[in-house]
Ligand binder design. Structure first.
Ligand code: GLN
Length: 472
């Protein structure tokens, strides 16, 4: 019951359980393990209980919404009215959101219960949840390992049954990669499918809200509720939102490709490679067309991603100046020192590194050589990726080159950390949807994920295939 909303809902509607019981269950799990795992940075125990009571009444009255009693957690980058919002940064110390972001509002309108705010890398920059001003988060499966990042807290909260689903954000893999490291489903939809209103901006032309769940059905359900047109975000798509949950049966046999350069990549661990090749062989045996394709641009995807995202981050983060939000350095003498000291003391090292990098690639003398060039390469990558969809329905790929690393293993070397994003950034650079689903374990029993990507707005096809992958 605590691993599937369908089962939870049945139990709620038949009177076998109540929202209050559910919330009590999750609070107990949080009480038992959160001190060690640090998945939640704040828990709304009393409020969640009160909300549960309200929704229990609605269930009795037959007026309960689509997500009645779904207990959710929010990554600390999502605006939730009158609740803390810090992007896991000291610079937003004590900041509270004055409004609900669109996705959060839609969850609440559908009678979901928000149980707390979850740890992440500062401003969603990182791949391990070690860059947080609120301490590291540990993988519940093996606490000596990272949960992945940047939405590490959101993944662990679902993994350790502290809530049923979480909302995270995925700018370059931050939902899919932690999902893979924690043995979960993690979805990044098409760019513009979900409104970004109320999502703290990292790199606006890449940022997507994403979903963590134990299964594809729950993922599809949450997407169905939060996706779609929104007057508060002019970039959001007007394409109608399909009934994803009604179309999860696989129709026919989609044609699949995998990129040769990914499975032959020298950074790919033997265990992940074997798991990926095994899945490919299995699909072939089941009658699917699965072909290897060349994608020589693969090696340019990471540099393109890191040039453009740091550029966008450096401008997005200029708003944290000590005047409008959160932290302000106490020892300032004039306006300039207020800016300088607040930013020097408020931001962590990785965020500063990215602001410096981004400012550099946007500086007058280097703008064309880096920023403009990267924009052009981005266009090429998008076009070449779309070309694949002329022949194939879906692309299959590892999510990350390894299983969850040990705590500290990547933290010492930022470049090593960036390289680990090699398979997750393509979907964001191109803007297409992608989903990570569990694909077995390595020799030590650590979860391995596999990723399915589809063409723009082809979430239905992708979700149906992801469900098939999990069941076969
Ligand atoms: N690891 C990537 C980065 O640090 C992805 C982050 C994300 O998706 N938010 O930029």
């Amino acid at each position: 019951m605590f691993l599937s909303y369908t089962a939870t809902r049945q139990a709620l509607l038949s009177g076998k359980t109540t929202c209050k019981d559910l919330v009590a269950h999750y609070l107990q799990k949080i009480e038992a393990r959160n001190a060690e795992l640090n998945a939640f940075v704040e828990v709304y125990a009393q409020e969640a209980m009160q909300q549960a009571e309200v929704i229990d009444q609605k269930i009795k009255a037959g007026t309960a919404g689509k997500l009645a009693g779904m207990v959710v957690g929010l990554k600390d980058v999502l605006a939730h009215q009158n609740h803390g919002l810090q992007g896991a940064s000291k610079i937003l110390d004590k900041f509270k959101s004055q409004f609900n972001g669109t996705a959060v509002q839609r969850l609440l309108d559908a009678d979901a219960i928000v149980i707390g705010r979850q740890n992440c890398d500062e401003f969603a920059m990182g791949s391990t949840t070690e860059n947080s001003a609120m301490g590291i988060t540990r993988n519940a499966f093996d606490t000596s390992r990272v949960p992945g990042g940047s939405s590490g807290g959101s993944a662990v909260a679902v993994q350790a049954e502290m809530c049923l689903t979480s909302l995270g954000s995925d700018t370059g893999g931050s939902v899919r990669q932690p999902a893979a490291f924690c043995g979960l489903v993690g979805l990044k939809p098409t760019y513009s499918r979900i409104s970004r209103y109320g999502l703290i901006a990292y790199a606006s032309s890449f940022d997507c809200i994403g979903v963590f769940a134990h299964n594809v059905e729950d993922t599809a359900l949450v997407l169905e509720v939060i996706a779609g047109q929104d007057d508060f975000d002019s970039t959001v798509s007007r394409t109608p939102v399909p009934a994803y949950t009604q179309n999860l049966a696989l129709e026919g046999k989609p044609k699949i490709c995998y990129i040769k350069e990914t499975v032959e990549n020298e950074g790919l661990s033997e265990d992940v490679k074997q798991a990926t090749m095994k899945k490919i062989a299995q699909l072939k045996a089941q009658g699917f067309t699965v072909e290897s394709v060349d994608f020589p641009l693969l090696k340019y995807i990471l540099p393109t991603y890191y040039i453009l995202t740091t550029a966008e981050a450096s401008t997005n983060l200029s708003r944290y100046d000590g005047v409008k939000y959160g932290y302000r350095s106490p020892n300032v003498t004039d306006l300039n020192s207020l800016y300088k000291k607040t930013r020097s003391e408020g931001f962590g090292i990785e965020v500063k590194r990215r602001i410096v990098l981004g400012t550099f690639v946007l500086s007058a003398s280097y703008y064309d050589a880096y920023f403009t060039k990267a924009q052009r390469v981005r266009r090429l990558i998008k076009e070449k990726t779309q070309d694949l969809f002329k022949t194939y329905d879906l692309i299959l790929m590892p999510v990350a080159p390894t299983v969850a690393p040990k705590i500290g293993e990547l933290a010492a070397n930022p470049l090593q950390m960036y390289l680990a994003d090699i398979f997750s950034v393509q979907a964001n650079v191109a803007g297409i949807p992608a989903i990570a689903v569990p694909n077995g374990t390595d020799s030590q029993g650590l979860p391995i994920g596999i990723q399915v990507m589809a063409d723009f707005f082809q979430e239905e096809k992708m979700l149906a295939f992801a469900k098939y992958l999990m069941e076969k």
